[in-house]
Ligand binder design. Structure first.
Ligand SMILES: O=C(O)CCC(=O)C(=O)O
Ligand SMILES: [Fe+2]
Length: 764
């Protein structure tokens, strides 16, 4: 800035840069603030009325703004210079276009516009004050620096590479708060740097302009702007409070200091009318407002301090836990209660918990499923076939071979004859409808009906022994459809849990169907005398595949989300291991009824139960485990033939949670496996826990909100999990031998030979 009486030209005198000298130790330096608006080394000049070496130029009415005779002070800019507006104005004369000989003349450090000191309300200032105005910015250019404070900050990198997730979380939050506080500190610093006197002078400048240069309309806008900046500052403080996490103590102290100083400055400013020679009413109002805001700042700051103190305590406890734990996922437990005492603490579970099965014995689909003509054609076709005698009736089968205990139908089964083709198509359409109604969003195709067993009953002596169609080769989600031809017949259904019986009278050309699942509950039979006379044919359609010997019902939390059944693409269980997934985030969501009909059930559930805040103690964890045990008992009760596989809980990146995981897993290992007959553990979970592969490679690093993900496997993790499950299922089915390397041809493709041998459901 150049300041000189109009018409004088003063010699330049170099001064020490003052940008640095304004800093106080207690304030963060500009570099500390690391703001994007770093020092640019902008210079402004100041010349003093009557200064020496100005005589030669005395008398000239207009001096050039950059006259070498000006007294020059180098200063450091504290921010990017605003864009120069009013580019077409004359810069070497005051915008008032008048000549005021007695006034100092000063130029804007930014646009170099000359101004009369009188015109910008700087009359009456002492030399000392004038010297401080080395960074003076004219009303055209002056903008509040506060608005340029960076409020958004990317601190993601802070979280990276931290072993403990909770630690990471805290670091993340702490860094955010730290940055926010830093921002507040910047604001305070800026306000402090404005020195309040200068601010007041600027305000008075504005008020002067209000009076002298109303056409510029700057005063009101600037006041509004300042007010707006103060509001922003308050918001910033409020948000930093809400974050309420750890931050640097010294920053807090520095803010404290800043605030106190600001308060003092404002107080003294308000007491010294001389400092603001022509302060207008709005300016006073503004000062009062600043006072108020500063008080609020103080209040918020003390609340933030309290939160910080609290956080420090929890941080310390986390840190000590972290140091105590040998790793983020400890493989050894701190001393715990014995498994016996944990289990004993929980109420004993009944061995066979009563379970509602919600199954119906049959669904009487249609009385007139086929027309008389088609019925006649079918009867003629069946009359021409040779049946094999079984207990009380005779049989013949078509399509995929269906074998059962006491089965006499040949293994060399003829393919589906043309006479039955249209009936197969209609039944398949029904099967598709039933399946897609049940699994509306499933990407799996409906089971294919591919087998037909025809029973021939001749006269009143014929009968069908009590049985259920629960062969492991029948697709668990499929239905079993029976079409009747000939005289009516009474079929009885017996609930094997309650013993209750129900009767279905099947008429000629009718169809009824039963679910494969219901076969776990009901048996059916045809007693002697159920057919009065004549020949009755029943055609029973099923969905048969030997791969169903490996059928698996997977029930689990979101870690099973990436596992897929149904095809041989990479990352799925493949055709060898068909199945269905039932999403069960909590133990209570495990549905024993859904397991019915499957050869295997794999359970991966419990983490969402034990991580609930109310599950705190070891006994609480044991309570969760007992819920799982009860579910397993119910599954075994409803489906005694189904092999139950249990997965341990996967460790997380949270050491606290891992302690609970460990207790839960110990209970699985020491209590569930020995006491629940036939329950097998899916092996290999220690691989997840050891070597930190889970944290490093197999789990998601961040969830969709960008927070560290404690619980979920990524694609690689899901593949490893799928491999473990597959291995355990096949290993067990083959009596402890992994026979997957042998191959078999299915649908013209080669598959491994896992289930081609009769499964040895042996417990290892
Ligand atoms: O003849 C019927 O209706 C029943 C046939 C049956 O239960 C079977 O084939 O398993
Ligand atoms: Fe049957």
């Amino acid at each position: 800035m150049v300041l000189h009486p109009s018409g004088s030209k003063l010699p330049a005198v170099k001064k020490t840069p003052v940008g640095g000298t304004r800093k106080r130790d207690s304030y963060p330096s500009q570099e500390d603030l690391a703001s994007p608006w770093k020092a640019e080394g902008t210079q402004s000049r100041l010349s003093r009325k009557g200064s020496s070496k100005s005589e030669s130029d005395t008398g000239s009415t207009k001096s050039t703004p950059h006259s070498t005779s000006d007294k020059v002070i180098n200063v450091t800019s504290s921010g990017p210079l605003p864009k120069i507006r009013h580019e077409h104005r004359k810069k070497d004369s005051c915008p008032c276009n008048k000549s005021i000989l007695s006034s100092w003349k000063l130029d804007c450090r930014n646009c170099k516009q000359y101004w009369h000191a009188d015109c910008v309300g700087l009359n009456g200032l002492s030399e000392n004050s004038i010297n401080k105005l080395h960074e003076w910015t004219c009303p055209f250019c002056w903008v509040s620096p506060i608005s340029t404070v960076q409020t958004e900050v990317d601190v993601c990198h802070i979280c990276r590479n931290t072993l403990s997730l909770q630690q990471t979380n805290l670091d993340y939050e702490a860094a955010l708060v730290h940055q926010k506080i830093k921002n507040v500190s910047e604001c305070c610093n800026l306000l402090r740097h404005s020195n309040f006197k200068e601010l007041s002078e600027r305000m008075s400048t504005l008020s002067e302009f209000d009076r002298h240069l109303q056409h510029l309309l700057l005063s009101e806008n600037s006041l509004k702007g300042l007010d707006c900046e103060i509001r922003k500052l308050t918001d910033l403080i409020a948000s930093s409070k809400s974050a309420s996490e750890s931050f640097n103590n010294s920053t807090l102290e520095s803010i404290n200091l800043n605030i106190t100083e600001l308060q003092r400055d404002v107080d003294s400013l308000a007491r010294e009318p001389r400092a603001a020679p022509s302060i207008s009413e709005p300016t006073y109002k503004l000062l009062n407002e600043i006072n108020l805001k500063l008080e609020q700042l103080h209040t918020n700051e003390s609340r933030v301090s309290a939160d910080i103190a609290q956080l420090k305590v929890s941080l310390q406890s986390v840190q000590s836990d972290h140091t105590n734990a040998s790793s983020a996922m400890p493989s050894t437990l701190p001393p715990q209660q014995s498994i016996e005492s944990l289990v004993a603490h929980c109420p004993p579970q009944p061995d066979h918990a009563s379970t509602e099965h919600h199954q119906v014995p049959y669904s009487h689909h249609s009385e007139d499923f086929i027309c008389p003509e088609e019925a006649q054609n079918l009867t003629n076709f069946l009359n021409s076939q040779t049946f094999k005698h079984e207990n009380g009736h005779s049989v013949i089968s078509f399509g995929e071979p269906y074998t059962y205990t006491g089965s006499k139908s040949s293994t060399n089964v003829p393919p589906i004859p043309t006479e039955l083709k249209s009936l197969f198509d209609r039944i398949n359409a029904l099967q598709t409808e039933i399946f897609s109604n049940k699994y509306q969003n499933s990407d799996q195709t409906a089971p294919l009906i591919n087998s037909c067993l025809v029973n021939k009953y001749e006269g009143a002596e014929s009968y069908l022994p009590k049985h259920s169609d629960r062969e492991v080769t029948i697709q668990p989600e499929s239905s079993i459809f029976t079409v009747s031809l000939g005289p009516s017949c009474d079929i009885q259904f017996v609930d094997r849990f309650s013993g209750t019986r129900s009767l279905l009278t099947c008429q000629d050309r009718s169809l009824y169907h039963m679910t494969r699942r219901s076969q776990e509950v009901f048996e059916h039979l045809i007693e002697e005398g159920s057919i009065e006379s004549g020949t009755r044919y029943s055609l029973t359609f099923r969905c048969i595949s030997w791969t169903n010997k490996n059928s698996t019902c997977l029930m689990g939390d979101s870690n099973t989300g990436l596992l897929r059944f149904g095809n041989d693409r990479r990352g799925t269980f493949g055709k060898l291991m068909p199945g269905q997934k039932f999403w069960s985030p909590r133990i209570e969501d495990l549905d024993p009824v859904s397991c019915m009909g499957y050869a295997n059930v794999v359970l991966l559930c419990g983490i969402n139960d034990i991580r609930q805040p109310e599950v705190g103690s070891d006994n609480d964890v044991a309570g969760c485990y007992n819920k799982l045990k009860l579910k397993i008992n119910q599954i075994k009760h409803l489906s005694p033939q189904t092999a139950v596989f249990v997965c341990r809980l996967l460790p997380t990146k949270d050491p606290q949670l891992n302690l609970k995981v460990d207790i839960f897993n110990r209970l699985i290992f020491f209590d569930l496996i020995p006491t629940c007959k036939g329950v097998v553990e899916v092996e290999g979970f220690l691989r997840f826990a050891r070597n930190h592969v889970l944290a490093d490679d197999l789990s998601k690093q961040y969830d969709r909100n960008g927070r560290p993900d404690m619980l979920h496997l990524n694609r690689s993790g899901a593949r490893v999990l799928a491999g473990l499950i597959k291995y355990s299922v096949f290993f067990r089915l083959n009596g402890g031998v992994d026979k997957r390397r042998r191959t078999n041809r299915v649908d013209g493709r080669l598959y491994s030979n896992v289930a081609s041998n009769p499964p040895a459901l042996r417990r290892r």
